[in-house]
Design a protein around this ligand. Structure first.
Ligand code: NAP
Length: 308
């Protein structure tokens, strides 16, 4: 990607699931100054080339000092620590940081039907509202769909490699999904754009995607990667509509895994915003290569089978 702009980038959560590939990708550009802000009690490890500032996420003086002179604050805190964003966003405003990338990394936040169905997504709105109300920093919200590798490894997509059990969505449609590495590379490429191009994304969402696939596409790729036939698997099949209803009931009964089932069932339903292909930012624009879907699946399957 020609015409890059170097930036001073602070990152919180930079050793986490999406934080690690983001830091790696930022460093790979060789032009940015990367500062990891981390908790004093954290066991986080960062690659060489990263400046580390340790303190408390509720210590305003520490945060403002750490954020002074930074061009960007990337927030990549774990789901249970989302509220730690509040003092960080406030400190970013006090330090005059122009750009904040809040914790989003979810599905299409602009899709009303999807937002109505998935209550967890709406939870992140207040952090963007906080940035807006402070009126100093601009935000960019990352939409990346479910993280492909992260969810696949945890068998959240209904395919259990170990036990050869599959819960298939009968008639499930295609949805966008991104690998963690693609999210990190896309975000690093975005933040390397010159101001003239980056400003187009101000206070808006940007859509990253590795693949547009249905759960059936994933299963077909798994069959090929495992050299198995459907008859080797114990298969349950249900429409995504029915699966979504069952997941809602499970959530009501206090089963938190129901949220995962509800997400994939909803993304597989017709008209629920799982497919945001038309909004996805192109690889050409970001200077990225298209990943090979079957290779990604094969590598994941091999890694999981070695763990058996
Ligand atoms: N699209 C998807 O499929 C998907 C899946 C999972 C998560 N997400 C979203 O992605 C974002 C990042 O999630 P992640 O899974 O990458 O995060 P993570 O790996 O669970 O955690 C990232 C960092 O958060 C900090 N942290 C963890 N627990 C904390 C606590 N109790 N108090 C304060 N800080 C804490 C730690 O940083 P330090 O130790 O350096 O302080 C940690 O390295 C979240 O917005 C989450 O909702 C999306």
């Amino acid at each position: 990607m020609a015409n890059k702009q170097s930036r001073k980038i602070a990152i919180v959560g930079g050793s986490g699931s999406v934080g690690s590939p983001t830091v790696e990708a930022l460093l790979s550009h060789g032009i940015h100054t990367v500062t990891a802000i981390s908790r004093s009690e954290s066991t986080a490890i960062f690659p060489s080339g990263v400046t580390i500032k340790e303190g408390s996420y509720s210590d305003e003086e520490f945060l403002v000092e750490a954020l002074k002179g930074q061009d960007v604050l990337i927030l990549q805190l774990g789901f249970m620590a989302l509220n730690s964003q509040i003092p960080l966003i406030s400190a970013a405003a006090k330090a005059g940081v122009p750009w904040v990338i809040p914790c989003e990394y979810a599905c299409d936040n602009r899709h009303d039907k999807l937002n109505e169905e998935i209550g967890l997504m709406v939870m992140k709105n207040k952090y963007r509202a906080q940035i807006d109300s402070l009126g100093v920093s601009s935000w960019i919200g990352i939409v990346n769909g479910p993280w492909f590798d992260w969810n696949f490894e945890k068998s959240f997509m209904g395919l259990d490699i170990k036990t050869r059990k599959a819960k298939l969505f009968d008639g499930g449609v295609k949805f966008n999904t991104s690998t963690l590495s693609k999210v990190g590379k896309s975000l690093a490429a975005l933040l390397s754009l010159p101001d003239s191009k980056l400003s187009a994304f101000k206070n808006d969402f940007v859509y990253f995607s590795s693949f547009l696939v249905s759960q059936r596409d994933v299963f077909d790729s798994v069959l090929s990667a495992t050299s198995t036939k459907e008859s080797d698997w114990a298969i349950e099949s249900e429409s995504p509509d029915k699966a979504a209803d069952a997941a809602k009931e499970a959530i009501q009964q206090g089963n938190r895994m129901g949220n995962v089932d509800l997400l994939f069932a909803t993304l597989s339903r017709v008209g629920y915003g799982g497919d945001y292909e038309a909004k996805a930012i192109g690889n050409n624009f970001l200077g990225l290569e298209q990943e090979d879907f079957n290779k990604v699946v094969k590598d994941l399957v091999e890694m999981m089978e070695q763990r058996k």
